[in-house]
Design a protein around this ligand. Structure first.
Ligand SMILES: Cc1cc2nc3c(=O)[nH]c(=O)nc-3n(C[C@H](O)[C@H](O)[C@H](O)COP(=O)(O)OP(=O)(O)OC[C@H]3O[C@@H](n4cnc5c(N)ncnc54)[C@H](O)[C@@H]3O)c2cc1C
Length: 452
């Protein structure tokens, strides 16, 4: 991509908007803006589209770098899939959940199994069930932002359930950041878990798209091209300046581009680093958003590990925080009869594990899986990949909405921020990410149209 001199606004008469960041949020937003008559350019640092929803090739098969499932209640995601004409590619299936606890695997996939779950006493189970029920009934989670997740859970579930169930689960989702998460986080997790469980025996139901999320990305790319959006990948930006009459975007190759307006959909720390003109108060607020990262190993294996889509690990002797067996949901025929397994490890920004090599993660994976599944052998592995993402989820910390959530508007009149850190009292998923667009589009359009 060649970049030109700053200040040259293309002479089309339509407002020229740059959308910086080509994940699902940036791509969908670019489409919505093009549909409303803006001249849109989408720019992304990565060589391929989709950000966290992008694909990798493993053992010759293409599937998501990070595992994704749909819920029946994912209204925004399903509407987008239908809009793109991909509704017929969605498959739904019942899945099971395992718990690896005290050196043994337990199924906890429905109410009966929950009642039989040996690591907890009957009183513990009643308190755990009561906590989940209470959270599922709470409609206003805003007040839960005032209390730490661990304090709230200790109060409702008791210290033993906190130790044995909630803390391992919090660690598996948040790494060391479990210490700073508010009770709103646990509420959002329970609400999503609950939504995945159908009535009756409360069995879990998930969906996926045949071919993975790359099908959505390909269809969105086509739609964007048809709507006249200019798409550029592999073009990292290094600075954003508001020049009074418009925006100057400096690219890592030193070139500059000029636009009337810019909407950034990049993670909050990346945005703060790109904008030297932000004032001290804005910088402080943006700096208050604490991000969680993930290192996610993917294995293609000759044999299935288990019947569980998710295995939660509450056994401190295992170096993994969870196992996601995608082929417990997706037909193994998609992978030549092999099993596709993800091993996510969620990390705080300062975790020393960021510097570990792919080989280190592979060693951990083999050792842990052999302890969990005695039939598993290293020779079963057909291919092994490691994907890393530093800025995945903005942790819902205490008073997150009032204290830390980044506002749409910035002190740079032509520059706006729209990203997943603006999800209120939720957890990160595509549905909530698309919800950010739905909720904020009217305010964004006003800002884009405002004369300056
Ligand atoms: C392990 C994991 C599991 C998940 N599981 C599910 C699931 O089961 N179901 C579900 O619905 N969701 C799931 N998600 C969440 C889902 O992937 C996200 O909600 C969604 O992809 C977020 O999209 P985004 O556009 O907001 O962010 P991103 O995808 O992070 O996009 C941001 C983009 O900004 C670009 N960028 C950053 N800096 C610059 C720069 N300087 N210049 C140019 N571009 C830049 C990046 O390259 C990136 O493409 C999961 C995510 C992870 C990581």
């Amino acid at each position: 991509m060649s970049t030109g001199a700053a200040g040259q606004v293309p002479p089309s008469g339509r407002t020229q908007v740059a959308v910086l960041g080509g994940g699902l949020l940036g791509m969908t937003l670019a489409l919505r803006l093009a549909e409303r008559g803006f001249s849109v350019t989408l720019l992304d640092a990565a060589p391929a589209p989709g950000g966290l929803a992008g694909a990798q090739t493993i053992g010759g098969y293409s599937w998501d770098s990070f595992y994704h499932v749909l819920l029946l209640s994912d209204r925004n995601t399903r509407a987008l899939i239908d809009e793109l004409g991909l509704g017929s590619l969605v498959r739904w299936g019942r899945t099971r959940t395992g718990f690896f606890s005290d050196g043994a695997m337990h199924s906890m996939s429905n109410t009966v199994e929950f009642l039989r779950f040996p690591p907890l006493s009957l009183i513990d189970k009643l308190r755990l069930g009561g906590t989940i029920f209470l959270a599922s009934r709470l409609r206003d989670a805003r007040r839960l932002e005032r209390e730490l997740a661990t304090d709230w859970l200790r109060r409702w579930s008791g210290p033993r359930v906190l130790e044995r169930i909630w803390l391992p689960l919090l660690r598996s989702k948040l790494g060391e950041n479990w210490r700073i998460a508010s009770a709103a986080f646990i509420w959002a997790i329970i609400a999503r878990m609950y939504a995945a469980r159908r009535s009756g025996l409360k069995e879990e139901m998930f969906g996926y798209i045949e071919g993975g999320y790359s099908q959505v990305l390909a269809a969105l790319t086509q739609r964007l091209q048809a709507a006249g959006v200019s798409l550029f990948h592999g073009v990292p930006a290094s600075a954003i300046h508001d020049r009074g009459h418009g925006v100057e975007l400096t690219m890592a190759d030193g070139g500059t581009l000029a636009f009337d307006r810019l909407v950034a959909t990049v993670p909050t720390p990346a945005f703060a680093a790109l904008c030297p003109q932000l004032d001290a108060a804005e910088r402080e607020r943006l700096g208050a958003v604490v991000y969680q990262g993930v290192v996610c190993s993917t294995l293609l294996t000759r044999r299935a590990l288990s019947p569980y889509y998710v295995t939660n690990i509450t056994d401190p002797g295992i170096a993994l925080t969870g196992v996601i067996e995608m082929t417990a949901l997706v037909d193994r025929a998609h992978f030549g009869g092999h099993s596709l397994v993800y091993l996510p490890r969620y990390l705080a920004q300062d975790d020393p594990a960021w510097s570990r090599s792919d080989a280190d993660f592979e060693r951990d994976a083999i050792e842990s899986l052999r302890r969990m599944h005695p039939h598993f052998e290293a020779a079963d592995i057909v291919d092994f990949k490691v994907a890393r993402a530093r800025h995945v989820l903005a942790i819902p910390t205490l008073d997150y909405t009032d204290r830390a959530m980044p506002p749409l508007a910035t002190s740079m009149p032509h520059v706006t921020l729209l990203n997943s850190a603006q999800i209120a009292q939720g957890t990160l998923n595509v549905n909530e990410t698309l919800g950010v667009i739905e909720q904020r589009l009217p305010a964004l359009l006003q800002r884009l149209q405002a004369a300056s």
